[in-house]
Ligand binder design. Structure first.
Ligand SMILES: Cc1ncc(COP(=O)(O)O)c(C=O)c1O
Length: 277
């Protein structure tokens, strides 16, 4: 039976899974937010890195029983998650960018602030529970949107980077989640994605489709022309996911410094769309 455990951060969900299953070694993609592999190491788990191809699939097979972390990139790689879950029994799905995906694999988890205006929080879905004492998260941060208040957003992230302990979700966050209109959020995300795609599809080296089973975190844009990248950067404040992949990596051409066009702020998204249409 899959249990839902509400914790403070996605990275700490991974630590919980490592403890629960006694994982000594895990495969993690190079293309990932570094806090994830840092957390695995903090939990005394050896990290082995793997490459992904331009379809976001691992470039090599893994030994059958290995523990593998796979990311549902931008919330748009559900089909890859399905294929890998069928192939590997010990797959762990990182749905931090895919709040609406169903529990899958050995365990899966998401990250609430990537989708909603909450300070932190994460839902872990796991078949195995471990008996460790957990204190409730009592942080008190004002949720921030990157493009609205970059400095405060970064300050929050730095504060969260110090939250190394697995804690249960803060009560405030839990309450806020009860007041979210998920259907409206899904509709906004799908509609904005489609509008962005009409404009940017022909210049985008990434070609992923949003749908009811792929509710996106952002519109990922890797511009095929330097000019487009420049004019976006001059006019708008936009998150980049993730930077500084070495040039020699196969991921470099497709994934280095992807521009994440936002779907959580209708007005800002509309400004971007109006500027380019
Ligand atoms: C794919 C992915 N997984 C995990 C994390 C970490 O999430 P949290 O900050 O909730 O620990 C991030 C953070 O940016 C992420 O993008």
């Amino acid at each position: 039976m899959t249990n839902l455990i509400k914790l403070n951060l996605a990275r700490n969900c991974l630590k919980y899974i490592i403890k629960a299953y006694g994982i000594k070694e895990i495969f993690i993609p190079y293309y990932i937010c570094p806090v994830i592999w840092i957390s695995a190491r903090q939990a005394n788990c050896k990290v082995k890195f793997y490459h992904i191809d331009k379809n976001f699939m691992p470039t090599k097979d893994f030994p059958q029983n290995s523990y593998i972390l796979y990311i549902n990139y931008y919330g748009l790689c559900s089909e890859n998650c399905n294929l890998l879950s069928k192939k590997y029994k010990n797959i762990i799905i990182d749905n931090s960018q895919s709040f609406y995906s169903k529990p899958q694999g050995l365990a899966s988890f998401n990250s609430l602030r990537k989708f909603f205006a909450v300070q932190n929080g994460a839902y872990l879905f796991t078949n195995k529970i471990v008996d460790i004492p957990l204190t409730p998260d009592n942080l008190n941060l004002q949720p921030q949107i990157f493009h609205k208040n970059t400095e405060e957003f970064i300050k929050n992230e730095l504060t969260l980077n110090k939250e190394n302990s697995i804690k249960t979700i803060s009560q405030t966050v839990e309450k806020s989640m009860d007041n979210i209109n998920f259907e409206a959020d899904i509709n906004q995300r799908l509609q904005l994605y489609e509008k962005y795609d009409r404009i940017f599809h022909k210049y985008n080296k990434i070609n992923l489709k949003a749908s009811k089973s792929n509710i996106p975190y952002c519109y990922p844009l890797n511009p095929s022309t330097e000019d487009l990248g420049k004019s976006l950067a001059e006019k708008f404040i936009l998150l980049r996911l993730w930077k500084d992949l070495p040039k020699s990596f196969c991921e470099n051409e497709y994934f280095n410094s992807i521009i994440a066009l936002p779907l959580n702020d209708l007005q800002y998204a509309q400004n971007i769309i109006n500027y380019f249409k």
